[in-house]
Design a protein around this ligand. Structure first.
Ligand SMILES: C[S@@+](CC[C@H](N)C(=O)[O-])C[C@H]1O[C@@H](n2cnc3c(N)ncnc32)[C@H](O)[C@@H]1O
Length: 273
């Protein structure tokens, strides 16, 4: 078990789907089909795959080239991988690997054309990114990289509460806590990826992919408030009564309020020139 339940991943998927930058996703798909047009066995390796959300985002019924893809799903949680096999084992070519991504030299990257991830890279460390960039450069031909939904540290609520900024600061500090890879990049993930892949000679494309939530997303917003409050409580920089006041106010305003959570998507393609 990883702490990411099927229920939570299902809850966020509709918001993730709306948030993903469509242009970048299409560009990634197009690059995959045009760059390796003659190869029949194209392999996409999805890091922290969960139940297969990235696979679903890439699925394009109209594009037969994409149907020939082999999806190699990597995750530490056997329950999530079993769910991915249940959902996609009959319709897609799937390989699933239960492993710890932090052991990067042991990852099954052979023959990978594209590495993908969503809602993962804010959990990883700078060293993990550095090592990954080198690994992708040394693939022959070099692999591309697509990482969606990297949290950028911004969350804007309406109506406002006086503690919104303090809660956000405390939450963002928690985002940098070690999640199994060393000190996490947290809100700095998007800019770190952009800098390191650019420095390594990749062509890098970045787009905003915010969650834009309202009363129609009440279950997700409810879970988000609880998740933020739990993370903030661990840091104990806000007294319990004030935090409780914030939680009650936020929950009372779920239906009439709005919430925008900033993310970025990034596509890094090896420069063919
Ligand atoms: C926020 S979830 C995202 C899941 C999926 N990509 C999605 O968008 O629905 C993060 C995923 O990364 C996996 N994960 C986190 N740390 C990991 C590690 N060290 N090794 C392997 N998987 C890990 C979790 O099990 C979880 O499935």
């Amino acid at each position: 078990m990883s702490g990411f339940s099927i229920n939570w991943l299902d809850l966020r998927e509709a918001a993730d789907w709306r948030a993903r930058d469509d242009k970048l996703l299409k560009q990634a798909r197009k690059w995959l089909t045009s760059s390796f047009a003659l190869e029949t066995d194209k392999t996409v390796v999805d890091f922290g795959a969960g139940t297969g959300s990235t696979l679903r985002a890439f699925a394009d019924a109209l594009n037969t080239d994409l149907q020939a893809l082999c999806w190699r799903l990597l995750d530490q949680d056997p329950g999530l991988l079993a769910e991915a096999r249940l959902r996609h084992g009959h319709s897609h070519r799937l390989e699933t690997y239960e492993l710890d991504l932090a052991k990067i030299s042991a990852l099954p990257l052979a023959d990978a054309h594209l590495i993908t991830a969503s809602a993962l890279f804010d959990l990883v460390s700078a060293v993990f990114v550095d090592t990954l960039v080198v690994a992708l450069q040394s693939q022959q031909p070099p692999a591309g990289f697509y990482a969606a939904l990297n949290y950028d540290g911004t969350t804007i609520w309406t109506p406002a509460h006086p503690l919104d900024d303090v809660v956000l600061e405390a939450f963002n500090r928690d985002q940098q806590r070690d999640k199994g890879f060393g000190v996490a990049l947290g809100p700095g993930a998007g800019s770190y990826l952009e800098r390191e892949f650019s420095a390594a000679g990749f062509k890098v494309f970045v787009a905003a992919s915010p969650w834009v939530l309202n009363g129609a997303d009440s279950k997700l917003v409810d879970a988000l408030i609880s998740g933020i409050a739990d993370a903030v409580a661990q840091g104990s920089t806000i007294d319990t009564a004030s935090l409780q006041d914030w939680i009650e106010f936020r929950k009372a305003n779920i239906v009439i309020g709005t919430c925008i959570v900033g993310h970025t998507d990034l596509l890094a393609l090896p420069d063919a020139d």
